[in-house]
Design a protein around this ligand. Structure first.
Ligand code: URA
Ligand code: CA
Length: 433
């Protein structure tokens, strides 16, 4: 097989076979196929698209390009959840104990935040003592006994994807549905998932700025999940404004606790019920999404889900008392209000830029080497569609430095107050097949 022939084949709109795709991924990962040929193929895929079967073969080839985690010693159907990214997305902290409390095993390996705000691991490490590294034996034992553990990824999963992603990044080929779908699904499969729930976000704070593209990506991933023998469901959710109210690591731990206590923001709770219901159904603990939702509501209202969160913290060496005494988490030196400059209705709360403002305070990393300040961040008091009076606080800035003029300036530039604004729909689509 010669790479040049395969590039030509795709360039002319033909379908690559499984053998051809396996060859490309194997020889590219080991360095035999050079970047310039791979770049040409990526551009051909960008323009010619791929069939579901091609995307499935590409996904599996990338998933098996390195180690594939074997979770078979954990009993039950392991359902993983993945979000294509958002600002202030606290869902995993809530979902993990919530679905575990109704008997769904959650053996989750999370990544660190590379974007502006901290990732799930950073948020968990905001809890004093919490360990995100466990031996394989300990991880298995905890999930089998207690149904839930969230740890850091120990080895490099799907190395082909890592190498390809870096190449896509510099060849203007990131934004291609077959390439995004195979990239995401390959990592989920390599992480050992039996079934997958996807939150495909859309809007300004998301990868897919446009709703139609987000829908196509979600449908594509659900179809290829099935072809790869992993039951998959998805939602398309709105990320034109941050999710919930808190953005920042300790602040989001508190938000997760409050949500598990039934006192959290409504949008965040709703998102957890919708994603959680899909997880419960895929784990075969309920026959319908409605039945799954009532189980989750019961677990939350009875306090079972909150108890499970305490147990998860205790099992992983953390201070479970933070649940009843959130003041034990790091708190910032300064709390600075951001008053509205006019009266009206909030019409815009640009998620992306608000995430950057939180990063400037130290809640996220600008480069991989940056360290995170767990205490800092933002807490929104107003969301799109809310009335606000001049002088009323739009949000609180939690900072460890007194001078935050640059942060304030960025926030004001990205919060719009107008005559009329409507709350955007939280969930655009629920895709079960
Ligand atoms: N997230 C991924 O993991 N891969 C992509 O290609 C895009 C978003
Ligand atoms: Ca949040």
């Amino acid at each position: 097989m010669r790479m040049v022939d395969l590039i030509e084949k795709k360039r002319d709109g033909h379908v690559l076979s499984k053998e051809e795709i396996d060859f490309i991924i194997k020889e590219y990962t080991n360095g035999t196929i050079p970047d310039y040929q791979m770049s040409a193929l990526l551009m051909a895929i960008f323009y010619q698209d791929m069939t579901d079967e091609e995307i499935t073969n590409l996904t599996l080839a990338m998933a098996y390009s390195g180690e594939v985690i074997d979770l078979s010693s954990i009993k039950g159907i392991k359902v993983d959840k993945h979000s294509t990214g958002g600002v202030g997305d606290t869902t995993t902290l809530i979902l993990a104990p919530l679905v575990a409390s109704v008997g769904v095993p959650v053996a989750k390996m999370s990544g660190r935040g590379l974007g502006f705000t901290g990732g799930t691991l950073d948020k968990l490490e905001a809890i004093p003592g919490f360990k995100i590294e466990l031996s394989d034996e300990k991880f298995t034992e905890i999930v089998n006994e207690s149904q839930v553990a969230v740890i850091g990824q120990s080895s490099e999963l799907a190395p082909a994807d890592k190498k390809l992603y870096a190449l896509r990044d510099v060849t203007a080929t990131v934004n291609s549905i077959p390439l995004i779908a195979s990239s995401i699904m390959s990592k989920k499969i390599a992480a050992g998932a039996d079934a997958i729930v996807l939150d495909v976000t859309t809007g300004d704070g998301a990868f897919m700025k446009n709703l139609e593209d987000a829908r196509r990506l979600a449908h594509t991933m659900v179809r290829i999940g099935k072809l790869a023998n992993r039951q998959t469901m998805a939602i398309v959710s709105d990320m034109s404004q941050p999710l919930g109210e808190a953005i920042g690591n300790s602040l989001e731990v508190v938000e997760a606790i409050e949500t598990l206590q039934g006192k959290g923001p409504e949008d965040l709770l709703e998102m957890c019920y919708v994603l959680g219901s899909q997880m419960v159904v895929l784990a075969e603990k309920a026959a319908t999404l409605e039945e799954a939702r009532s189980m989750l509501e019961e677990a939350l209202h009875s306090g079972k889900a909150l108890e499970k969160f305490k147990e998860m913290i205790r099992n992983q060496g953390g201070d479970e008392q933070v649940v009843d005494h959130p003041e034990r988490l790091l708190t910032a030196k300064y709390e600075i209000e951001l008053p509205a400059q006019t009266s009206g209705v909030v019409t815009k709360l640009v998620a992306n830029e608000i995430g950057i403002a939180a990063m400037m305070l130290g809640a996220g990393r600008q480069t991989k080497e940056d360290s995170i300040d767990y205490a800092v961040g933002l807490k929104l008091h107003k969301k799109i569609g809310d009335q606000v009076a001049e002088g009323e606080s739009l949000l609180t800035i939690y900072s460890n430095k007194e001078a935050v003029e640059d942060v304030k300036k960025l926030l004001y530039a990205n919060i719009e107050i107008g005559e009329n604004g409507e709350e955007p729909p939280l969930i655009h689509d629920i895709i079960t097949e």
